[in-house]
Design a protein around this ligand. Structure first.
Ligand code: NAP
Length: 325
């Protein structure tokens, strides 16, 4: 099969954790770029990136990574992206595209845009894909396949640069959507991602605060639903601290609505209003079916977990069928 033409000569990845290393793996596998230069905050991560062979060059500073790059993607926690933009600004080549992968967009635009020089195209992006793992070992090339990548280019951004970044994400397997404003992105993500994480962090924290004896039973009987929250609550603390600090207004707005709905359900339980509970649960079940129907999750029950086979021990005496006549 003919090799695809790379979209960019040199891709610089600033931050090579779950998302950065997945981009590196996917861009390589798809031939989306000719060369990858990478860096990370600590020497330990840079060493690991080199050991894994994720980049053609691993360099020691953000400025060195950005030098001569056609596409720079900042894949670091939201809270440090402004500082990184300031560091790389003097090294950026005219015509380069600068992007990011932050889970929040208003704060990214506010913090990064003022540092970027004229002649550089800033196209913020958010791949809506992830796992609860972090670091360069956690990434995989297929992470973005069938997932959405949302672009929020500021008004007046060069359309060709937006199209080129969209083509890059499509090459990595993502569906691309452009949103009119970073504020709109943050409101949508507050309900679809940020609030669910906050609820998971709350439930798991509450269980942890229960008396010692109850806590061990919470863990033991976690398959009753609790363990599905623990996966989300195991997500990276730095990343999520930054998300809630950066998306404060939208999260507080959604939390207000959530608290009202929780009060309604609380009232239904207190009053023994089975009809209200049934109607609510039937509606939410349909939403789950809708997500499966549009291919955003697998139809396999229990999230497709493997279930161990039955024990092959013989049945206990009174039930065993005897050969004896
Ligand atoms: P991660 O696995 O913790 O990786 C973060 C990377 O950023 C590490 O390589 C870290 O280097 C580097 N870094 C931190 N500060 C830096 C600095 N000042 N200069 C250069 N590099 C720096 O995090 P991640 O999950 O990939 O998340 C990265 C971004 O993707 C975040 O903005 C997050 O909001 C967004 N995102 C995450 C997910 C998800 O599910 N995880 C999904 C979509 C978007 P060290 O290892 O040396 O500290």
């Amino acid at each position: 099969m003919a090799q695809p033409t790379p979209l960019f000569n040199r891709l610089a990845l600033i931050g090579v954790g779950l998302i950065g290393s997945s981009i590196a793996r996917a861009a390589r596998a798809q031939g989306a770029v000719r060369e990858i230069v990478a860096t990370a905050r600590t020497a330990a991560t840079r060493r690991r990136v080199a050991e894994l062979g994720l980049a053609d060059q691993v360099v020691e500073s953000n400025g060195a990574a950005a030098t001569g790059a056609d596409l720079v993607i900042v894949c670091a926690p939201v809270g440090v992206c402004g500082e990184i933009a300031k560091e790389i600004a003097p090294q950026l080549k005219r015509g380069a595209i600068v992007s990011d992968v932050g889970s929040v967009k208003t704060a990214i635009v506010r913090d990064m845009a003022p540092h970027l020089p004229p002649g550089v195209h800033f196209v913020p992006a958010h791949p809506v894909a992830g796992t609860e793992h972090s670091g360069p070992d956690a990434g995989f090339a297929e992470l973005f396949v069938g997932r959405w990548c949302i672009l929020t280019p500021p008004e007046g951004t060069d359309a060709a640069a937006v199209d080129k970044l969209a083509a890059f994400w499509r090459m990595l397997g993502a569906n691309v959507e452009t949103m009119a404003s970073p504020e709109h992105h943050d409101l949508v993500l507050a309900i679809t991602s940020h609030l669910p994480h906050l609820i998971a962090y709350t439930i798991v924290g509450t269980a942890d605060e229960l008396a010692e004896v109850t806590r061990s039973e919470v863990l033991k009987f976690s398959a009753g639903g609790f363990r599905d929250f623990t996966r989300i609550a195991a997500s990276d603390p730095t990343m999520w601290r930054d998300v809630f600090l950066a998306n404060k207004d939208a999260v507080l707005e959604m939390l207000g609505t959530f608290n009202e709905d929780l009060s309604q359900l609380t009232r239904a339980i207190r009053r023994g209003d089975g009809e209200a509970l049934f109607e609510h649960f039937a509606r939410t079940r349909a939403i789950r079916r809708g997500i499966v129907e549009i291919g955003q999750d697998s139809p396999a029950p229990d999230f497709g977990r493997a279930h161990p086979g039955l024990p092959d021990a013989p049945l206990p005496r009174p039930y065993a069928v005897s050969d004896e006549t």
